[in-house]
Design a protein around this ligand. Structure first.
Ligand code: ZN
Length: 499
């Protein structure tokens, strides 16, 4: 085995262990930590994170990577790991330490300003921080470097090798297809089903979630399900994948679909090859690819007619007073109710991606110097009207609703839609290769589908970029067509319209 590789290996393991320590602290922070521990935890995490960062930018690691990039004795996984770590190393070392520090500090203060601005619906409290944030993120993008446009450098952090131009083309195709569909649906849409908000005991909802993750083949000996205000999934280390869900008394669907969504992420993590977990190649290639798994389970499986039919009797066992009289057709319709609303996180399948198109457009305009932060609230409201036909009643329900921008997370929003685009394309491919899955899903049997995802996606880890992996799975470059096709078919039946 290559000598340089032998020298790199202990560094890789230390980086994985330090990252695991930070992730465990952050999981605890979001689930069990008492509130008064907050300042000490923030400092503790910053300390461990900075030690981890020092490991990554260690010049010895840089030298080894340089040497290994030319080493043709490496096997495929070693070579991929060197390529991926070199990318991380380059991104981390190109940005001047002062700028890294300034951005970290600003993320804290801007986020704090956002937590005050949102409840007061007062954008002016956030504006100066956000102006500085956009300025520093431009500097960061320029330090990292880009060829066609600045936004590429930001997108690349979350979606390696995907370009702004790729995303724009797919988003435009998707939006142009979605808007006429939405208009027709809005024309015939009826109000949301009343039984959804009847009052559901949170403890019983959580018990249902535990049952549900089991049905979906989440391995509870190698993971946990807990609750947190914002559901998430995080891998602490090999054999330890933690997911969370949340429940709301007046919203039955919230916990069901948060649980299925996070289980999609968790199954992906549990399907990554164990022997690769210490290596940079042992992770998902992009956030969009990760989101493809959560969206596939949440929407293509979880909101399908057969799977809702499967869940209903099990829900009735726990909530007979609320659901006793509800039939499968009503339940399926309720799980797929479409209505343009102001808030992204609770949006339905048809409007969800329009919320993201809006964010992508505005982000892009700011980084192309076509939009000033001061004009952002008006631009937001106008874009909302253009895409969804409604206007926010306040900045709290408009431009101030997401924490991403104040937190220094620019270039992230497109990954949600890319994930959704991938999810529909993968599901169509799975059905093409496995045959129709409806009968199995009606029995709650998802083993064959999971097997297909394991073989075609999970087991590949980061051996290929998301774009290349998708192309391998699909036999052609990914496009928005399968998603549009799926939405048109499903919703023209549901709402009895021609698509
Ligand atoms: Zn997700």
């Amino acid at each position: 085995m290559s000598e340089a590789w032998e020298k790199l290996l202990p560094h890789l393991r230390e980086m994985v262990d330090l990252a695991g320590a930070v992730k465990l602290m952050s999981w605890d922070q979001a689930t069990l930590m008492p509130p008064n521990a907050s300042p000490a935890r923030a400092r503790g995490m910053a300390t461990v994170e900075s030690i981890a960062h020092q490991h990554l930018i260690n010049p010895e690691v840089g030298d080894l990577l340089q040497e290994l990039a030319l080493d043709d004795s490496l096997d495929q996984d070693q070579a991929a790991s060197v390529r991926i770590l070199k990318r991380d190393y380059d991104r981390a070392t190109k940005v001047p330490p002062e700028l890294v520090h300034e951005l970290a500090e600003l993320s804290g203060t801007a986020y704090q300003a956002w937590t005050e601005a949102r409840p007061q619906s007062d954008f002016s409290l956030l504006q100066p921080h956000l102006e500085k944030m956009i300025r520093l993120k431009k500097e960061e993008a320029d330090a990292i470097g880009w060829e066609t446009e600045r936004y590429d450098a930001l997108l690349d952090e979350f979606e390696p090798e995907m370009t702004t131009r790729d995303v724009e083309a797919m988003f435009t195709e998707l939006t142009e297809g979605l808007r006429p569909l939405l208009e027709k649906i809005v024309g015939v849409s009826s109000p949301r089903a009343e039984f959804l908000s009847k009052g559901y005991d949170p403890a019983s909802q959580e018990a249902f979630s535990h049952w549900l993750v089991d049905v979906l083949n989440f391995d509870s000996d190698s993971g946990r399900l807990d609750t947190s205000p914002h559901p998430f999934t995080i891998t602490i280390g090999a054999g330890d994948v933690r997911q969370t869900t949340r429940s709301e008394e007046k919203d039955l669907m919230m916990s069901i679909y948060a649980t299925i969504h996070e289980t999609g992420h968790a199954l992906y993590e549990q399907g990554l090859p164990t022997e690769l977990l210490d290596l940079p190649v042992g992770r998902a290639p992009s956030l969009g690819m990760h989101e493809s798994q959560s969206r596939l389970w949440e929407n293509l499986v979880g909101r399908s007619r057969p799977f809702t039919e499967f869940m209903l009797p099990h829900l009735k066992e726990r909530f007979s007073a609320q659901l006793g009289m509800v039939n499968p057709d009503e339940f399926y319709r309720a799980a797929n109710h479409v209505e343009p609303t102001l808030i992204r996180v609770t949006a339905d399948e048809v409007t969800y991606n329009l919320h993201l198109m809006l964010r992508f457009e505005l982000e892009l305009a700011m980084f192309r110097e076509e939009l000033d932060v001061a004009d952002l609230p008006n631009a937001w409201d106008a874009a909302m009207e253009k895409h969804l036909g409604i206007r926010p009643d306040s900045d709290a329900n408009g431009v101030l609703q997401d924490m991403h921008w104040s937190n220094g997370i620019q270039g992230y929003f497109p990954t949600y839609t890319l994930g959704t685009i991938y999810s529909a394309a993968f599901f169509a491919k799975a059905q093409e290769q496995l045959g129709n899955l409806d009968d199995e899903l009606r029995d709650g049997n998802t083993a064959r589908l999971l097997g297909w995802l394991r073989e075609n996606i999970h087991s590949k880890a980061y051996r290929y970029s998301a774009k290349d992996l998708a192309e391998q799975v699909l036999g052609a470059p990914v496009s928005a067509k399968p998603l549009l096709e799926y939405l048109r078919t499903k919703y023209s039946q549901l709402y009895d319209i021609s698509a």
